[in-house]
Design a protein around this ligand. Structure first.
Ligand code: NAP
Length: 269
């Protein structure tokens, strides 16, 4: 039986790509879309395809219930994603979430709720398979390099900074690092332009670049006396995220609780 999918943020840049992929997948069925900015528009048209006869709705809970959805895919904004996830879990619908910018307390609450309700959920700050590999390589390099800086580069419409990928990368580096402290990260300098050294996340310096022409890119530079190692990933198009989104949609039914990041699915076998 096909997995029944509702897309939240259906009219957005990511949402439209997800609509198209779900429509094209034989084992998935697109049963609804929610996006207050695109009320009444046909989901097929939004996907750049033939009309599907299903129009964009305003209310998520009504849509999830009426469509008997199995999975909700959310690519919205950090301001609404938490409420959308809670609503889905309370309806017994599994969330697959790409929206970035949610806080740690919100993530913890979602973990508790999914455990209480015994509902699987995937939240991934980056669904591009190459980005997951990039983060994994950074974790491997971390113990050998006490100093590292992250430069994340995104399109100029992105509303949160730093990116969820940069935060997750820093967390993975810190989880596999023995030494390293804020002092290692060059605290003794004169800042002639405020903020010029970026932001400090637990001792890892992060720099956010926002420019038209970019999609989603990240460079992680590890430095040691006389040498550097640079690990870089580039998403040149939003198609790069789609295999990861579909993998999560297909596998979330077998997941217990919240899986944060896609590496648990990619490196599990
Ligand atoms: P976008 O183009 O702004 O799309 C978001 C859409 O959600 C907009 O149409 C927005 O409408 C709509 N929306 C707002 N409130 C809503 C609600 N309550 N219910 C349903 N829809 C609602 O943004 P995007 O570029 O697609 O990115 C979406 C999110 O995904 C961002 O957080 C971005 O950082 C993240 N992202 C993640 C990955 C990943 O791999 N995990 C990759 C790319 C992007 P309005 O325009 O009226 O607000």
């Amino acid at each position: 039986m096909a997995i029944r999918v509702v897309v939240s943020g259906a009219g957005g840049r990511m949402g439209r790509h997800v609509l198209k992929e779900v429509i094209n997948a034989a084992d998935l069925e697109l049963v609804g879309g929610v996006d207050p900015a695109h009320l009444g528009e046909d989901l097929g048209i939004l996907a750049g395809m033939s009309p599907l006869g299903i129009s964009v709705q305003k209310d998520l809970v009504t849509t999830l219930r009426a469509s008997k959805a199995d999975v909700m895919v959310d690519f919205t904004t950090p301001m609404v994603a938490f409420d959308n996830i809670v609503a889905a879990v309370e309806c017994g619908v599994r969330p697959v979430v790409g929206t970035t910018g949610m806080g740690q307390a919100e993530l913890e609450r979602i973990r508790e709720l999914c455990d209480e309700r015994d509902i699987g959920c995937v939240i991934a700050p980056n669904f591009a398979l190459g980005a997951v590999v990039m983060m994994h390589l950074c974790k491997i390099a971390a113990p050998y390099f006490p100093q590292v800086e992250i430069i994340e580069l995104h399109h100029d419409q992105k509303i949160d900074a730093p990116s969820g990928t940069a935060i997750k990368t820093a967390e993975m580096i810190l989880s596999n690092r023995s030494g390293g402290s804020e002092k290692d990260q060059g605290q003794d300098f004169v800042e002639k332009v405020k903020g010029v050294r970026g932001g400090n996340f637990g001792g890892v310096q992060i720099h956010s670049v926002r420019l038209p022409g970019l999609v989603a890119h990240q460079e992680v530079i590890f430095g040691l006396e006389g040498q550097t190692v640079t690990i870089r990933h580039d998403s040149f198009s939003r198609d790069s995220f789609m295999p990861g989104v579909l993998l999560a949609v297909r596998r979330v039914g077998a997941i217990k609780g919240v899986m944060y990041g896609l590496e648990g699915l990619l490196f599990a076998d």
